[in-house]
Unconditional design. Sequence first.
Length: 551
Amino acid sequence: MKAIYNLLIIIIGAVVGLAVGFALRGKQPATAESNGMTATTPAEKRPTVAFNNGASLRINDDSPLATKLEHDLSMSSGVTRWLYWLDALEKAKPGDFPRLFQLAQGNPTARRFVAARWVEVAPRHLFDLLLAAPRSGSALPVNELASVLFSEWPKRDPDAAIAAVNKAEHALGRDWRFDVAYALVDKDIERAFRLMADWHADDIGFGPSGIAAVSKWTRADPRHAAEFLLGQPPSHAVESTIETVGQEWAKIDPAAALEFATGKPGELGSMLAASAMKAWAAKNLNEAADWLATADERTRNRLSPALVEAWARKDLTGAMTWCAENLSGTSLTRAIAGLAKGAAEKDLNGAASLVTGMDPSAARTEAAVVVAKKWFPGFSSDKAAGADAVGWIASLDSDSVKRVLDEVSWSWATSDAKSIAAFLTQSSSEQVPSYTYNLVARELARKNISEALEWANHLPDDRKLAAGGEAFAQWRSSQPEAAMKWLADLPLNDTRRPAYFESAIQSLAYHPQAADQLAAMSVSERATARSVIQRMELPQDRRSSLLAALK
């Protein structure tokens, strides 16, 4: 209750100050609204009335304490209301809290007080109610209360919280288990990691507070922190923190961190070493470069991308010179990609120019991918691809164009289908991954089916039917009658008729109502659909049910 008392003192002080100010102005009397409080509907207008003219209207009252508070609040305002709340929360027993929380509806501050006190007095009672809420039809805001419970209960009584979660594990969502474990990060971070692994809740990354806890834990004993994480099962939680361990260890003793990390095999060891190298290079570039230059070839090849990524942010020319003098083959290719990543963080246009000036090679291709990922919009972004970025891709060699499209076409098409469609019409089909045409056709069809079909019909002969079929399948999925009428109106010798129909069937095969839609087709359509489904790779039970619908 200490935190509640402190907050109430602040609120009461503010309310008293405002009340005095209004009184001195000689204006209208202070109200609950003018004091920053949430106004209470007069008792005669509220849907639930606890007392009226001294007569209780509640029968079999489940919480006399809440009923009395409801009456007291209806007869008071300002500071007095908060004093009534404080008194009720101090006296509340587990059974009182559901009604108290309901009474706080519309007053966020009061809701926070009730939830905090509930967790303090009866956390297991709250846990059981939240667990039963889906079955009982309870009106309690489960997510809101669970957030308070699982952020506080494990800190106060970790054994009880963990025991409760273990007992009800199969009835809990993964996020609740993660919340319980994550609440222990500040208090016992190693236990938190073990719980995440045991509960299979370790595929969620740590937020800022968790990273701060990892940093503090690492500074106490960096080698132990690294050894502990490397001994955990691979997971996103471990991967998202191993870099922090490398960064913190590098601040204390970068050489020791790298000597330890380079002796560890696997992806986690590489991540630890790379993060330590980046941190060292950011702090003292010359020392980091000298250390790596004298390292064995395997270590130099492994860590050069991390070094030049940090180096390129400060001195692109120097980083390129170091790569040319110390690396070759696949190691040089990987390092150039890291260099481009570092340069793109500082100067995206400069990094693009760097790639443009390189001769066609594997190194150029990987560097182009790094720049493109930074330059082009992400999935479902509301930003369009810039003309300069599109022109830059067009200037690259065919291998680089194809590799870039392989990496960015999904996000580019979902955010700006028209610009990638225009780019593809001007590109050679050898430069474009085959699936990209189909992807773009589908995204265009979501917005304008006429434009999508027209665009597909002007693609190279070896791509137009597949792309058009993808657009048609998208159309038929949303507007089956209009799509099939359009297809039927095509000339009988139009090659699009069989190709588009086949694409529609291939898409329909995965639809939940596929069997019903197939059964409703004409005899000739069912015969064609049967041959298509027989050629498809489908689970046997799915294939059998679809073929049965086509008989």
